[in-house]
Design a protein around this ligand. Sequence first.
Ligand code: HEC
Ligand code: HEC
Length: 337
Amino acid sequence: MWPILKSRHFGIEPATPTVRPLRRRSVWFCLALLVPSAGVSIQAAGLQNQFGAPPTRQEPITPIPQPPAADARKVALGERLFGDHRLSHDGTLSCLSCHDLHTNGTGGKRGTRAAGGPDPLFDTLTIFNAALSFRLNWEGNFRTLEAQTQSSLENSANLNTNVDEVLGKLNADPKMVDEFRDAYDHAPDGTSLLDAIATYERSLLTPGSRFDLWLQGDPTALNAEELAGYGLFKSLGCVSCHQGVNVGGNLYERHGIFHPLASPKPEILRVPSLRNVAVTAPYFQDGSAATLDDAVRKMGAAQLDLALSDQQIQAIVAFLRTLTGTYRGVPLVAASP
Ligand code: HEC
Ligand code: HEC
C-alpha cells in the first residue's frame, strides 16, 4: 500500500484559489508597485555586476536556478520510469509519449491519449520547470509532483492504470527491483515509485535563457527590441499576472476578463508559465492559438482590453523568445507538429 496519497482527496483537491478579481484598476495598482522599483534597479545594475556577480537586477521575474542537489540514483531511476511503457495499462504509453524531453517537454500537437481513452481535456503542459510552479496543471489542482504523477497514472486520458498495477509489473522485473533497492533500500512501493519520478521532474529545469543572462547582469544578452518588449510587458500589465521565476505559475486568475479568450470553462486557471513559450505552441488550455503572435494579441484584448499594435506584438514576442532556456546545456526547440 502507499498510504500517503491514496485518499479521498486525491485528484480533486479543491482549488481554493486566492483569486483576485482583476479589474483594470488593480492591474495599474500592481504596476505602480512593480515598475518604479524595476526602473531604479536597472540603473543600479548598470553600476554593479562586474566579475560575474550574483543576480543584480531587482525585477519581477527571477532567473531559473540550477536543479537542486539530489541523489543521482533516484534521478536516474526516475528518468528510466518516465520513459517506461509499463506505466500505462496497455503498455503503449509512458510519460515521455506526451512530454517529449528531446524538444520542448510537451509535444507538437494536442491530443495524445491513452488507447481507447477519452480526448484529453487540455493542451499538454511542458514538464520543464513544472517543479517551480506553486500548483500543477491548468487548473492548478495539484500541490505536489507526487500527487500529480499519481493522477497522470490513473487518468483514463493519460496512462489509464494505477499505482498497484504498475508496482505489480515492476516487482516482477528483478532488474527493476535491484534498482529500487539500490536507490531506496527496498523493493518498489508506491511512495518510492512516485518519489523517483518527482525527484527526476525536479531536475528538469531550464536555466541559461538569454533573458536570465540579462537578469544576471549581462547587458549584451538582450537587443533593443527585446528590451522594449520587456518594457511593454511590464508597462501594459502582462507582468501583473505573468511574474516570478516561471513568468507565471504563481497565481490563479480569470481568463477572458474583457473579451472571450479560449474555452470559457474552466473560468479560473493557474496563470501558465511563459518560460520556453516560444517553443511550446499551440497556446491556451485548449490549444486554440497556433502562433505566439496570435496568443499575445488575444491576451492583450482578453485580459487587458488593449488592441495591441503589430509593432507592440512584435516587440513582446521578441522578448518572449528570450525566455527559451537550456536543458543539459542544449537550448529547447519546438516539436515538429
Ligand atoms: C496522454 C498524454 C500524457 C501522458 C501519458 C502524461 N501526461 Fe502529463 N500532462 C498531459 C496533459 C494533457 C497535461 C495538462 C493536464 C491538465 O492541466 O489537467 C499534463 C500535465 C502534466 C504536469 C503539470 C505541468 C504543469 O506545468 O503544471 C506534470 C508535472 C505532468 N503532466 C507529468 C506527467 C508524468 C510524470 C507522467 C507520467 C507518469 C505524465 N505526465 C504522463 C498529458 C500527458
Ligand atoms: C489577468 C491576468 C493576465 C494578464 C494581465 C495577462 N495574462 Fe497571459 N495568461 C493568463 C491566463 C489565465 C492564461 C491562460 C489562458 C487560457 O489558457 O485560456 C494566459 C495565457 C497566456 C499565454 C499562452 C501561454 C500558453 O502556454 O498557452 C501567453 C503567450 C500570454 N498569456 C501572454 C500574455 C501577454 C503578452 C500579456 C500582456 C499583453 C498577458 N499574457 C497578460 C493571464 C493573464
